[in-house]
Design a protein around this ligand. Sequence first.
Ligand SMILES: [Zn+2]
Ligand SMILES: [Zn+2]
Length: 906
Amino acid sequence: MQDLSKTYNPKEVEEKWLKIWLSQKLFKSEINSDKESFSIAIPPPNVTGNLHMGHAFGNTIQDVLIRYHKMNGKNVLWQGGTDHAGIATQVLVERDISKNEKKRKEDLGREEFLKRVWAWKEKHGNEIINQMKKLGCAMDYDRLVFTMDENYTKAIRKVFVELYKKGLIYRGKRIVNWCPKCLTSLSDLEVESESVKGKLYHILYPFDIKDISKGGITVATTRPETMFGDVAVAVNPDDVRYKKIVGGKVTLPLLNKSIPVISDEIIKMDFGTGAVKTTPAHDANDNEIFERHTELKECPVIMDLKAKVQDNDNLGIPKEIVGLDRFKARELTLQKLEEGGFLKKIEEYDQAQEKHDRCGTVIEPYLSDQWYVKMEPLAKPAISVAEGRDPQLRFVPDRYQDHYLNWLRNIKDWCISRQLWWGHQIPVWYCKEQNHPTASEQTPTECSVCKSKSLIQDPDVLDTWFSSALWPFVTLGWPDASYFNTFYPTSVLATAREIINLWVSRMVFMGLEFTGDVPFKEVLIHPVIQTPDGKRMSKSKGNAIDPLEMIDKYGADANRFWYFSLGVTGNQDVRFPGRKDKDGKWESDVLEQNRRFANKLWNAVRFVLQNLDEEKKYEADLKKINSDKLTIADRWILHKYTQLLINIEKYFKQYDFSELARDVYHFIWDDFCDWYIEISKQQLINPELKEQTQKILFNIVYGITKTLHPIMPFITEEIWNSLLERRDFPWKALLDNPYPKPESSFINEEINQTFSYIIDVTRSIRNLRQTAGIPWSNEIKVKLFTKNVKAKKILDELISYVEYLTKSKVSVHGDFEPIKPSTGTLVNDTRILIPISGLVDIDNMLSSLNKRRSQFEKEIESQKLKLNNPNFINNAAQDKINEVKSRVGELENQIKVIDEQIGLLR
Ligand SMILES: [Zn+2]
Ligand SMILES: [Zn+2]
């Protein structure tokens, strides 16, 4: 017989089973199955990444679902993989090369640089996958996908070309968010807006530059250095101040150039002076004005990609300013305006400054050729599948439905080109002669328009989110049918709220466009885990808690149990329940408690194994237990176990993981370990009950091991292995066994109530013993008084449980007769008295009761002072007031109890 070791050693057990699971390819999916499919595509972590708490949380939830559904007979696939993470990876490798070789990527050239990135990926790209294994993730490791795999690239080209041919991808000159540091355009979602104290400059654009006393228009701007690119001054058509001037001309100071005054509805009359300069190449709104006003012809670009002023169009920009960085140029421009008398006023101004979320550089709007996805036609179906009360695509919690819909309803076209090297290069080629674009899945040999043979591929790459948007179907081999037909649409997506717009919505419209179906039916949005003081965890700030460190300390299962219990239906954010110890390492009471929970289960199983007959094989089938012989305790635990299974089924359907975790925990710790196992000790020494009790113990342990497996896979597999020794059955991983089904004939509400009453009485006697300080070595006498016929009957029948569990002799009576000195309490309508003469020091007990009484009285007094204080009553929230009132009531009750106690003592 193989016994379990004395204490549970997570590290040893986890390593052992992980190895076995992986070598047996336990998580491998199959396509030739007549079972119903259940699949999840993992939110692919960045290939540069390390497992953080967000990943560990999301992956635990996905893993529990995969394991649960597999045990419930589904054909499952957990599709894993990594994202090439364009800018993040490129920056990382660039930094490496700069540090080690003192070179820039331009020194190496595109081809060589990309070789280096691939080499980096080969070396480090699997780290995060290995970290997921430590968590126990039941992913199909033979099917991992990288978003730059050959098949992925093929699919991307197919999607791009098809959208292009439908007119849903177009090239446009647009103002983009440009990062002058990273030298790339950014989507709106990569831009962070921050409120800063800035300045608003009032600049006079005179009618006549030679005589500015004749007046002009004063414009207000926060970026005076862009004035060299101005093509007009714009006012609102309803603005009476400027009505007469619209259509006229003013002079652009410093350049001495004449520009028109135009009117446009977009101009806000209450901003600055109501007149603004129009700089179409350097401002998104101005560019829209430019598009509307066909009378405006030129659109000068006066700043280069690094946000330095350049005079490519020979506008006559003062040469001291040319070549300066934008902020330096601003200073000098202002100085020159001031000298010329054009700077009329400088105002303090609260402005929203936009920065690149990754590097913190202030965004410079930049006019450039970019590729766009036309969003309106794609957004429409993605909206309709998620609308209404019973949508095809459901969010859990459902508050995220609006979040998703609002974004899609107000969506702008999506700029998908990025000026990076690492990524999917845009599959468009231009002929050298006339720049005709040719979009093609294969590298074309000639221009589609002029047949020229000299072609150059567009140097830009696609936004990383463009490839992630195709993740749920491309990972399944699309357009190839086998896996796709079996597992698409996937069943559930579990992710964090911050990428609902960036990722979830894009997967939906791409999925609908290319497969005609939603990519997943349900979206679980799990909370974000914050630091204990409610801050965002960030590696760079040094306040991130490493999930692997916690796994190392408390075991993977204890961590998984915590993540799972956080669930998806509660708060938006969860604080890590821990602190730093004196060595600066993280520790957590909650994880410690979960570690103890694992141990508790471990010890319970050890107890059961030790109390089974050595040579006997036990059958795992509750139905075969002769129900005539069952004791009340047997019936009660079978009821509780069945109820647990029913609840679990319900909670999985509702994704109510925190309730589920609570129920499992309570059943194992309280019902089974603390009550049934204790009672079984008495049943096991009774020859008539022994065999029956052994069978029940074995079956419950067998059942909860399976029940708990999806949440705590390692410890349960180890226990399972030991249980199989006692069963006539060959080894098969727990995951390949069916999940327990509730046997509804065991539901017995009456037994449950009866036994709950016995538990309450027992618990009360134990508490009385403890507060009175009666040592467990003393057997005590207990008197119970009740006039309730039903209660009396239960007590008469079951008194032996109470006696055994409280080490006492109990007598049951009808009419109450006080006994002095004694200690007592009330359970429902049953009075409990323990005569204590000779057992405890009465004076001591009296004085401690009196002490507590006066403490309570003092507190009542101070709480009542609050209630009599008009300030408090008028200003405090009603909740707070009610809280104080109920505290007073509670204390008054406690005093009543103490008075009764005192009455019983003398
Ligand atoms: Zn940047
Ligand atoms: Zn051509």
